[in-house]
Design a protein. Structure first.
Ligand code: FRU
Length: 496
């Protein structure tokens, strides 16, 4: 990741608040301790990062903005940090895009989206002042410097019974000749909702309808809605707070869900045909998507979770993004795979075939913490079969198939520290998902990056994402209560 900033880009243009932020970043880069830092995931240069914002294409590049507080590794009055990329793997830091330095956003420039119109890049974000949340616009003619245009949807434009304090995260998209905006909201009765607005020009917005309203969100609103078309279907994403747990799903205090269905722009409705959790791990939130030039739908998300302790704060930074993922549909379900560009960064290929797995198997040259592992398992007779990683004798994390539960389990309880921080979260160390194990087979593709792990099961049928704070580098396959077979294994170092 390129985090050098030239002096001229930090001092030309931008508002007072963004210039101060950029000067602070340049002078404090060296204070960030490299421990736990990823090598091929987006992170803040210093300080705090949460949601991805404004993920989109403009002026020949892909842009990722994000919720940013440069001055300490903790959530505070939000800025929009900014990176650009050509390939979703290498990122270049750009000057800070927005700072909370206006009358209407003095308490924060919260999450939002971006859209190109008439050759200009517009950012639509939630402006927060005195606990009131409104939706504001900013514009750029070069994709680097942004000028605020002020509030375009105020609290007065909320339907009756909605709280002005919980109205945020606008997602704008075009359908036909009109622009549509989805935002999270909360009614006085405590119903989490998604509100739909329509505009012809991005400035004058009219409320159309509640596109969703329910009582399954026990703590608040549907944060960060997203919308796109995929293979002829309409897809909505959202991140509900306190979504009630269902069996093994929605076990984090805040969840991210996808809804497949049909958007009727005339009526302002979204009929949901199927909905599910997007990622079954620990650290995945507030996803956003863009359409790449070649037609792919690419998703990025915050690789962290609210209501936890953040061990990297002591190193001067918190938060990162997942490796961007390509989305497709298969049998009416969402499939995810890592952006194919990551394969350009593979080095030192190691291959094994047909290895019987017993109690513990370590394979020559199969270790490391910045790696990709692709393997396929014959589950044999084992009760539990899987892999340990970030292992150093004392600490490790594990992903394995548990036959009795018929689930794949991600267990980070032995990583050496406890990051649980919320009475509502019973357990922040074990998650599990159900996937197909037809013919007694299971495929895994795992990406490790110093303190993170992303698992794609059966070609993206389900994913599990989690941070692991352990200093081990070892990897071992294991089978308990029987044997199993590693049919094939490919390991690569990822060097960016
Ligand atoms: C989601 C969120 C958004 C809000 C932002 C503030 O993680 O709570 O709803 O806009 O973070 O940083």
């Amino acid at each position: 990741m390129d985090i050098t900033m030239k002096n001229n880009t930090t001092t030309v243009g931008g508002s007072y608040g963004t210039r101060i932020a950029d000067l602070y970043i340049v002078h404090n880069l060296a204070a960030v301790n490299g421990s736990n830092r990823h090598t091929y995931h987006v992170m803040p240069p210093v300080g705090w990062m949460n949601d991805p914002n404004g993920f989109g294409e403009a002026f020949g590049k892909y842009h990722l903005f994000y919720q940013f507080y440069p001055y300490s590794p903790s959530w505070d009055s939000m800025h929009w940090g900014h990176y650009t990329t050509e390939d979703f793997v290498k990122w270049k830091m750009e000057p800070t895009a927005l700072a909370p330095d206006g009358m209407e956003d003095g308490d924060g420039c919260f999450s939002g989206s971006s859209i190109m119109k008439d050759g200009k890049l517009y950012l639509i974000y939630t402006s927060v002042a005195a606990e009131r949340q409104t939706q504001s616009l900013a514009v750029s003619e070069d994709g680097v410097h942004f000028q605020k245009l002020g509030v375009v949807i105020s609290g007065d434009q909320l339907p009756k019974g909605c709280l002005r304090t919980d109205f945020r995260d606008p997602k704008v998209f075009k359908r036909g000749e009109s622009y549509y905006l989805l935002a999270g909201g909360l009614t006085e009765k405590g119903e989490g909702s998604i509100l739909l607005y329509r505009s012809q020009d991005l400035r004058d917005w009219k409320f159309v309808n509640f596109i969703r309203k329910d009582t399954r969100t026990t703590r608040g609103i549907y944060e960060c809605p997203d919308f796109f078309e995929l293979e002829g279907r309409d897809v909505m994403l959202a991140s509900p707070q306190g979504y009630q747990t269902q069996d093994w799903r929605f076990e984090n205090v805040q969840s991210s869900i996808y809804m497949l269905g049909t958007f009727d722009e005339g009526k302002g409705t979204f009929d949901v045909a199927y909905e599910d959790e997007i990622d079954g791990g620990f650290d995945f939130y507030a996803p956003q998507t863009l359409k790449a030039r070649d037609g792919r739908t690419i998703m990025i998300a915050w690789m962290q979770m609210w209501q936890r302790l953040f061990p990297t704060a002591k190193h001067g930074w918190v938060g990162s993004m997942i490796l961007p993922r390509e989305l497709t549909l298969k049998d009416g379900r969402l499939y995810q795979s890592p952006v194919r560009e990551i394969e350009r960064y593979r080095w030192n290929h190691v291959h094994f075939g047909n290895v019987t797995i017993g109690n513990r198997n370590e394979l020559t040259k199969v270790n490391g913490t910045k790696i990709e592992l692709c393997f396929s398992l014959d589950l044999g007779t084992a009760e539990r079969v899987g892999i340990k990683f970030y292992q150093n004798g004392e600490h490790d994390a594990r992903i394995y198939y548990d036959r009795a539960a018929d689930r794949v389990v991600f267990d980070r309880s032995r990583m050496g520290i406890d990051i649980t921080h919320d009475a509502e979260e019973k357990d922040a160390t074990v998650r599990s998902v159900k996937v197909s194990t037809e013919h007694n087979r299971l495929e895994m593709r795992i990406f490790l990056d110093v303190s993170s792990c992303e698992v794609f099961l059966n070609g993206g049928e389900r994913t599990m994402t989690g941070n692991v704070y352990s200093d081990g580098e070892g990897i071992a396959f294991f089978a308990e209560g029987g044997t199993a077979k590693l049919l094939s294994l490919d390991k690569y170092d990822i060097v960016v």
